[in-house]
Design a protein around this ligand. Structure first.
Ligand code: 6PG
Length: 471
């Protein structure tokens, strides 16, 4: 029993992560109930990697305390694998769930395993297949004692930014999976914003793919630099062999989702914490899937007219860049706010600056701007909302004219930009001392005696509104 780490689930992510661990000199073991996958692992002929088709042999090959990580599809499979593991692991051993599990499942599993004397770590892993192989960003939470044991391996296999690993202990119980869920919510929001900017350039400004490519390339060289813009830039050059059009132009426009974006919105609503950019990103993927209805509607309602822009195109593209910056900052701000509120509610002991720090590399939402987020929370660990940070406020303010122009022009010309527009509306209410919601309170009281509160007066009040209407 010499293996330092065990992996259950030898899909691409599991296999890549094992190879990453092996590269750092750790002997490790892989198990899968598919013999083909075990064979594929053994055929890598990596001296440090050992594949097993028998669970007992797999766990027997591990050093104590045994560390077993699960990279299997979220849901019931995780529970059934844990059940099997209970028969072959001992008290003090460590189980890490590295999948995109729902944080409430992790909360339950953590307690169940704690009662049985096993350590459980719910760990978000981001960066996709390439990240797993070369350095992901990892968000472990749960058992701190267990984290200390696995920390040396995790720190080696993580991506590194300025020499520091993109992994850190997130907090108690299900903290790791809560943080990963919010990461994915932000991922959905930024992807939606990029696709809206594509729509503005394509339909509104009538730009061709190579011109759009140039814009994303330029954005990715400045303060918008991010992994998602980098891959977008690449996508705008990719052609299949023998074809002279972009692969992108052949791809159906119905977006799929595995659920983590929806979970983020659901959790946010449960916490009464507004994340409208994430919500709209989830809804637009769903709307994209209503293809047949969209086709019918497109025959009834006329298409967009070409956008008229007052300035020259290059000035307009500067405005679009500002608009994107504004909306991207707002998406991160809403996600960070949700982390703040989740922490208040679930008592995770999260450190928002640490989260921003480990998101700077390895993960899908890594970006230049995460440096600013890290700086803001590092300077003030009690910061409730990113938009209240002075430095962020200063740069955001500069981008306001851009977003106002782009949103109003797009709306006028029938170009759908719900995430840009949600970012701006959220902002306009967030910066308002007074919202028009006094009227909602009055209406609630009118039809349902739900009561209201008064300015400068303690207590709750109710009015028989109909009596007054008769006067
Ligand atoms: C990551 C990603 C990843 C996620 C995919 C697919 O951080 O590496 O968030 O975990 O599963 O992005 O998500 P959807 O299928 O829901 O788009």
């Amino acid at each position: 029993n010499q293996n330092a780490f065990g992996m259950i689930g030898l899909g691409t992510m599991g296999s890549n992560l094992l190879q990453n661990i092996a590269d750092h000199g750790y002997p490790c073991a892989g198990y899968d109930n598919s013999v083909d996958k075990v064979n594929a692992l053994n055929h890598l002929n990596n001296q440090n990697i050992h594949g097993y088709s028998d669970l007992k042999e797999f766990t027997d090959s591990l050093k104590s305390p045994k560390t077993v990580m699960l990279l299997v599809p979220a849901g019931e499979i995780v529970d059934s694998v844990i059940k099997e593991l209970l028969a072959v692991l001992d008290q003090g051993d460590i189980i890490i769930d590295g999948g995109n599990s729902h944080y409430t499942d992790t909360e339950r599993r953590y307690k169940e395993l704690e009662d049985k004397g096993l350590h459980f770590v719910g760990m978000g892993v981001s960066g996709g297949e390439e990240g797993a192989r070369r350095g992901p960003s990892m968000m472990p939470g749960g058992d701190k004692e267990a984290y200390e044991i696995i920390k040396p391996i995790l720190e080696k296999i993580a991506a590194h930014v300025n020499g520091e690993p993109t992994v850190g202990f997130m907090g108690d119980r299900s903290a790791g999976h809560f943080v990963k869920m919010v990461h994915n919510g932000i991922e959905y929001a930024i992807m939606q914003l990029i696709s809206e900017s594509y729509e503005i350039m394509k339909k509104g400004l009538q730009m061709d793919n190579s011109q759009i490519h140039e814009v994303y390339k330029k954005w990715n060289e400045g303060h918008l630099k991010s992994y998602l813009l980098e891959i977008t830039t690449d996508i705008f050059t990719y052609k299949n062999e023998g074809e002279n059009h972009l692969l992108l132009d052949s791809i159906r426009d119905e977006a799929k989702a595995k659920g983590t974006g929806k979970w983020t919105s659901q959790a946010a609503m449960d916490l009464h914490l507004p994340t409208p950019i994430i919500d709209i990103a989830v809804s637009m993927r769903d709307l994209s899937s209503l293809k047949e209805l969209r086709v019918q509607a497109s025959k009834i309602y006329p298409d967009v007219t070409e956008m008229q822009y007052q300035e020259n195109k290059s000035d307009y593209l500067d405005k679009l860049e500002d608009a994107f910056y504004f909306a991207m900052v707002s998406a991160y701000a809403q996600g960070m706010h949700l982390l703040y509120q989740g922490n208040e509610e679930f008592k995770y002991n999260l450190n928002l600056d640490l989260i921003a720090k480990i998101w700077r590399g390895g993960c899908i939402i890594r970006s230049e701007f995460l440096e600013d987020i890290y700086a803001a929370f590092n300077k003030n660990p009690k910061l409730q909302h990113l938009l209240l940070d002075e430095t962020v406020a200063e740069s955001l303010t500069k981008s306001i004219p851009g977003i106002r122009t782009v949103v109003s022009d797009a709306v006028t010309h029938g170009i759908s930009i719900p995430a840009f527009s949600a970012a701006l509306s959220y902002f306009d209410d967030f910066r308002s001392e007074n919202m028009p919601t006094n009227l909602i309170q009055a209406q609630r009281d009118y039809f349902g005696s739900h009561t209201y509160e008064l300015k400068g007066k303690e207590g709750v009040f109710h009015t028989e509104w109909m009596d007054n209407s008769k006067n």
